[in-house]
Ligand binder design. Structure first.
Ligand code: PLP
Ligand code: SF4
Length: 334
């Protein structure tokens, strides 16, 4: 590999890729040779939650196939605009679980910092698609409030960086946050929840690895990958760099109709993750967020799929099938 003379965040590598992400439904349909009849609905649905897909992900979508499992995760559909019983704006009651702005404390021993509302990609099923980022989004001032709260709560041993996607922020800013967290004596682990290495693998820069593994906190990364075809050679190489540096890699997937609701697909996903050095952690039932009802896999079917992979994979490749309930003390196993 040719060493970079300047870090990627200065030359604009990954940031440029994010800035240039495709956002126009017409262009998406043209680039992927899809039926132009999809356009009016895509436009309408994209006004509520915009289309966003970077080139690095777009390149993995099969042209001409409206049922491509990667396309389905990003293509706005008219179905999003149809109201569905039980599907609401804040399905997890997160707006109530914030002791200070941008900090969610729902589970014992762990606290989650919402460090940004920005994402590299807009996943149509996202449970935070209506999240009030404007209110929750911590300015530097509010990080200080959250960090102060963490310092005052010695039972918290692990901080999760979430969002949005925390790796949307530049490395110097995240490095500063990591240093401030490492200075809180009762914290042991720093966990990043991110889809970024799967979407824009160039985001896994030497700078990222340096700050993430450079404090006394044990680094854990929970990726978000839903389909084996999301893991291409570039993603595997990025994950390899993280693993070599000592980052524990886990994956959470969401069970999605038309994307990964087949035993074969889920088994292949686990195999592909492990080949890339990642252990499957959670398989989430869809959160009932307004606009995502068409992705629902019924509970009975979910159990059946989970049994299907349990019957054919080693135990360590079987993710826990869980559902999140607003007032539960943990993610609930099904
Ligand atoms: C999911 C979640 C966590 C992490 O749960 P784990 O079971 O530790 O992975 C922590 N805080 C909040 C608010 C969460 O939603
Ligand atoms: S928060 Fe995660 S699931 Fe939601 S849009 Fe962003 S990357 Fe996708």
């Amino acid at each position: 590999m040719i060493p970079r003379t300047r870090p990627a965040w200065q030359t604009g590598g990954w940031q440029q890729q994010l800035a240039e992400a495709l956002g126009d439904p017409e262009e998406l349909i043209r680039r992927l040779a899809l039926d132009p009849g999809l356009l009016p609905a895509a436009r309408a649905a994209a006004t509520a939650f915009g289309l966003k897909v970077p080139e690095a992900y777009l390149g993995r979508i099969r042209p001409g196939d409206p049922h491509d499992p990667l396309l389905r995760q990003v293509l706005p559909l008219g179905a999003e605009l149809e109201p569905a019983a039980g599907y609401v704006a804040d399905p997890l009651g997160e707006n109530k679980a914030m002791p200070v702005p941008g900090l969610l404390h729902k589970y014992r021993g762990r606290a989650l910092l919402v460090v940004t509302g920005a994402c590299p990609i807009h996943c149509r099923y996202c449970f935070r698609r209506h999240f009030p980022y404007a209110e929750a989004n911590p300015s530097r001032q509010e990080w200080s409030t959250a960090i102060h709260w963490l310092g005052m709560n010695p039972e918290v041993h692990e901080v999760l960086l979430s969002g949005g996607d925390p790796l949307s922020l530049p490395d110097p800013k995240l490095a500063m946050l990591a240093r401030r967290l490492a200075a809180i004596p009762h914290l042991r682990r720093l966990r990043i929840h991110t889809r970024m290495p799967v979407v824009v693998p160039d985001r896994v820069t030497a700078e990222l690895i340096a700050w993430f593994t450079g404090t006394r906190l044990q680094p854990i990364m929970v990726l978000h990958c839903n389909h084996p075809r999301e893991l291409d050679a570039g993603v595997s190489a990025a994950l390899g760099r993280l693993r070599e540096a000592g980052v524990t890699l886990l994956n959470q997937a969401v069970l999605l109709r038309g994307v990964n609701d087949a035993t074969d697909t889920l088994a292949e996903l686990s195999e592909a993750l492990f080949a890339a050095g990642v252990l499957p952690y959670y398989l989430h039932l869809l959160d009932p967020v307004a606009g995502a009802a068409h992705f629902e896999v019924p509970v009975d079917r979910a159990r059946q799929l989970h049994t299907g992979i349990r019957d054919r994979l080693p135990g360590y490749l079987v993710p826990r099938l869980v559902v999140e309930r607003p007032d539960a003390p943990a993610k609930l196993p099904l």
